[in-house]
Write a protein that binds this ligand. Structure first.
Ligand code: FPP
Length: 237
């Protein structure tokens, strides 16, 4: 027997991964397809990656599906994303068998009534799941979320001296969740785009040129490997 036993160090999973699902439009353009086809492919990747995260035992996954700024896109593109959301929600039973708990974050008020009903059904139907906590950000904007939190705090009547960072966190859509410790953005863009701007204060970031529809579990594995080599000091030494 060798004196030098090979040590295998268990890899550390982030607790909460947040993904900006970017690059659907360019993926479609490269194939001379309409942008909506890119979103269809992106939605497939989303389901695949969510299931994979559940399989490896991740606690929280938050995906950016539609931002407060995305309403500026052409009407038919907005429609196509909303229809994908409808399809996903109607198909939510499939996800239930995966033991995934789903929550939607963002200002859901302006969404169509049928979507809001389906969202409620999906959240209620999956609330006892004990696997992955999946957050889907729809009509989400970090600044909008913080503004909303401030309004809630003022309305609660709390005195200014009693407001702490925790008070703000408790009034965000992500209240009671750990902050994302790992943010992934594919498609070669290096921006946060108003995503989880309060929560990501100490997150690690991972960027890749892969377009979201091409993003596979092997890319996530590479990202997690890289996360394991980061030295997180949280402002200490
Ligand atoms: C950004 O890529 C992507 C979006 C704004 C939409 C993301 C939506 C999905 C992946 C579908 C989600 C569906 C469900 C069911 C949650 P882009 O269009 O900005 O791409 P580009 O930068 O290449 O133009």
């Amino acid at each position: 027997m060798s004196l030098f036993k090979k040590e295998t160090v268990a890899r550390k999973l982030p607790r909460h991964i947040a993904i900006i699902m970017d690059g659907n439009g360019r993926w479609a353009k490269k194939r001379s397809m309409p942008r909506s086809a890119g979103h269809v492919a992106g939605a497939k990747t989303f389901k695949n990656i969510a299931r994979y995260c559940n399989k490896i035992g991740l606690e929280y996954l938050t995906v950016y599906a539609f931002s407060t700024e995305n309403w500026k896109r052409p009407k038919d593109e907005v429609e196509s994303i909303m229809n994908l959301l409808r399809d996903y929600l109607k198909d939510a039973e499939n996800f239930k068998s995966d033991n995934i708990r789903v929550k939607f974050i963002g200002n859901l008020e302006p969404l169509a009534d049928d979507i809001k009903e389906l969202i409620k059904k999906d959240e209620d139907g999956s609330k006892d799941a004990t696997g992955l906590n999946l957050n889907i950000a729809i009509n989400y904007g970090g600044r909008d979320e913080i503004t909303n939190a401030v309004k809630q705090i003022v309305k609660s009547g709390i005195s200014a001296e009693d407001i702490t960072e925790q008070t703000i966190s408790d009034n965000l859509f992500t209240a009671n969740m750990p902050d994302p410790d790992f943010i992934i953005r594919p498609s070669g863009e290096y921006r946060l785009s108003n995503y989880l701007i309060w929560q990501s204060a100490y997150a690690e970031y991972w960027f890749s040129d892969v377009l979201w529809p091409d993003f596979k579990p092997k890319h996530l594995e590479k990202a997690i490997d890289d996360f394991n080599h980061r030295n997180r000091r949280f402002g200490g030494v």
